[in-house]
Design a protein around this ligand. Structure first.
Ligand SMILES: Cc1cc2nc3c(=O)[nH]c(=O)nc-3n(C[C@H](O)[C@H](O)[C@H](O)COP(=O)(O)OP(=O)(O)OC[C@H]3O[C@@H](n4cnc5c(N)ncnc54)[C@H](O)[C@@H]3O)c2cc1C
Length: 414
C-alpha cells in the first residue's frame, strides 16, 4: 500500500505532466469526476516559448468540437473559430485535384480552424475553476520512482519547497520530447522527414468562403486554411534550407514566393504576419504504457501536420483516458485499466499515423509513374462519392471505439 501522505506531501489519483492542449483537455475532462488531480506544467499559458499555445492555428474536426462541447469550453472557442466548408486538394504542376464539399456530405462543416492561443485560454480558464485539481505552474518533476502501488516524484516550483507527490497514475502529456516517457524507460522511434513547417497568418484580397486548400508541391505540402478574421493560415512544409530562406525573406518576397507556389485560387496574398518554424518528424513511443504510467498526445505520437490530425488524435486519447478512468471504481493505475485504454486506442492511433505518413511518402515520391497514378487517384477520388463519404467521417477517428465525449455523450451514464 501507498502509506498516507504527510502534510507537506500531496497524494492524488491522477498526476498529469504537461498542460499543453492535450494535457489541459484531459484535466478539464476529469475535473468533477471525484478523482484527486494534479497538473504540472513547466511554462504558464500566455508566456513566450509555451510550445502548445502559440499563434499557430489548429484545424479541429467535428469530433474534437463535440469533445470541447462536452468539456464546456466550446462556447468560448466558437466566436474565434472559422468553419471549413470545402476542401481542395491538388498536386502542384500536375493535372490531378480533388474537392470535398461539406453540404454534399450532409454536414455543416468538416471542421473549424482556431488559434491555439484561443484553445489555451478556454481550457486554462476552465482549469482554474476546476474542483479537486491542484495546479503546479510553472513547475517540473524530479526523482521519479514507481512501485507496484503508486508513482512517487518531487514537484519543484518557484514559490516554495519541493513537494513530494504520490499518485496512482502518472499521465505523460509532455509533448514529443517527453521527459516522463524517457524516465519510464520507453524508447521512441523517430523518422525525420527532413522538412520544416513555416507558418504564417496571411491577409488575402477577397473572402475565403470557408475554403481550405492542401497543395502538394515538389518541396512539400502547402496548406491554406480559413481564419475567423477573414485571412488565412499558411502552413508550408519544405526542405530545411528552403525554410531558412523563407524565414529570411522580407514580407513582399515571401508573399510573391507563396503566390508563385500556391497560385491564385485563394486570391492575392496581400500581407503576412510573423513567420515561425517547426521541424517535422514522426515520433512514436515504442510502448503506450509503463507501470502506472500512460502516454497521450504528442508524448505517444507526434505527426507531420499534413492532414491536421495530431491534436485531434491526441484529444481523442484524452477523451478515452478520461472515460476509462471515470468508469473505474477502484485503482486508476491498475494494469487492467491501462491495458483497456491501450487496446481501445490502438486502431485509431495506427490508422492516423499510417494515413499521415502515407500521404507524405506518396506525395513526396517524384518518380513519373508514381506521379501519374497519384494524379489519376486524385481525379478518381474527386468522382467517387463513397471515398469522399469515408474521408468526411475520418474526424470521428480511424477505427476502434469512439470516445463517448466524441459522440456527444457525457463521460459516464448518468
Ligand atoms: C505547424 C503545425 C501545425 C499543426 N496543425 C494541426 C492541425 O491543424 N490539427 C491538428 O489536429 N494538429 C495539428 N498539429 C499538431 C498539434 O499541434 C499537436 O499534436 C499538439 O499540439 C500536441 O499537443 P500536446 O499537448 O500533446 O503536446 P505539446 O503541445 O508539445 O504540449 C506539451 C506540454 O507539456 C509541457 N511540458 C513539456 N515538458 C514538461 C515537463 N518536463 N514538465 C512539465 N511540463 C512539461 C510543455 O510546456 C507543453 O505545455 C500541428 C502541428 C504543427 C507543428
Amino acid at each position: 500500500m501507498c502509506a498516507a501522505a504527510a502534510p507537506s506531501q500531496l497524494e492524488v489519483d491522477v498526476a498529469i505532466v504537461g498542460g499543453g492542449m492535450v494535457g489541459a483537455s484531459l484535466a478539464a475532462a476529469l475535473a468533477g469526476s471525484g478523482r484527486r488531480l494534479l497538473l504540472i506544467e513547466s511554462i504558464p499559458f500566455g508566456e513566450a516559448g509555451q510550445p502548445s499555445f502559440d499563434e499557430r492555428t489548429t484545424a479541429l474536426g467535428n469530433a474534437s468540437r463535440r469533445i470541447f462541447e462536452g468539456l464546456g469550453v466550446w462556447d468560448r472557442i466558437a466566436p474565434e473559430a472559422a468553419a471549413i466548408r470545402s476542401i481542395h486538394v491538388s498536386d502542384a504542376g500536375r493535372f490531378g485535384f480533388a474537392r470535398l464539399n461539406a453540404a454534399e456530405q450532409g454536414i455543416d462543416a468538416f471542421g473549424y480552424v482556431v488559434a491555439n492561443r484561443c484553445i489555451g485560454a478556454a481550457l486554462w480558464r476552465a482549469l482554474r475553476a476546476a474542483p479537486e485539481l491542484s495546479l503546479q505552474v510553472p513547475a517540473r518533476i524530479e526523482d521519479l520512482a514507481v512501485t507496484s502501488e503508486c508513482v512517487r516524484f518531487s514537484v519543484l516550483n518557484q514559490s516554495g519547497p519541493a513537494i513530494a507527490v504520490r499518485s496512482r497514475l502518472l499521465v505523460a502529456a509532455d509533448g514529443a520530447h517527453s521527459q516522463v516517457r524517457a524516465a519510464s524507460g520507453i524508447a521512441a522511434d523517430v523518422v525525420d522527414y527532413q522538412q520544416v513547417a513555416v507558418v504564417a497568418n496571411v491577409a488575402i484580397d477577397r473572402p475565403h468562403e470557408d475554403r481550405a486548400f492542401e497543395r502538394f508541391t515538389r518541396c512539400g505540402p502547402l496548406a491554406v486554411l480559413p481564419r475567423h478574421d477573414g485571412g488565412v493560415a499558411v502552413i508550408w512544409a519544405c526542405a530545411p534550407e528552403q525554410a531558412r530562406e523563407l524565414l529570411a525573406l522580407d514580407e513582399r518576397s515571401y508573399l510573391s514566393h507563396l503566390q508563385a507556389q500556391f497560385g491564385w485560387r485563394a486570391g492575392r496574398f496581400v500581407r503576412a504576419g510573423h513567420r515561425s518554424s517547426y521541424p517535422l518528424k514522426l515520433t512514436r513511443a515504442m510502448a503506450g504504457t509503463a507501470a502506472r504510467t500512460v502516454l497521450i498526445g504528442n508524448a505517444a505520437q507526434s505527426l507531420h501536420p499534413v492532414a491536421g490530425q495530431g491534436f485531434n488524435l491526441g484529444l481523442r486519447d484524452a477523451a478515452m483516458l478520461a472515460e476509462v478512468i471515470s468508469a473505474t471504481g477502484g485503482d486508476v493505475g491498475a494494469p487492467a485499466v491501462l491495458r483497456q485504454f491501450i487496446e481501445w486506442r490502438a486502431r485509431d492511433r495506427r490508422g492516423v499515423v499510417g494515413f499521415t505518413d502515407g500521404l507524405i511518402r506518396l506525395f513526396g515520391d517524384s518518380r513519373p509513374g508514381v506521379a501519374l497514378w497519384r494524379n489519376l487517384g486524385l481525379l478518381a477520388f474527386d468522382l467517387a462519392p463513397p471515398a469522399k463519404d469515408a474521408l468526411a467521417r475520418v474526424s470521428a477517428g480511424f477505427g476502434g471505439p469512439t470516445p463517448r465525449l466524441a459522440r456527444g455523450l457525457p463521460l459516464r451514464n448518468v
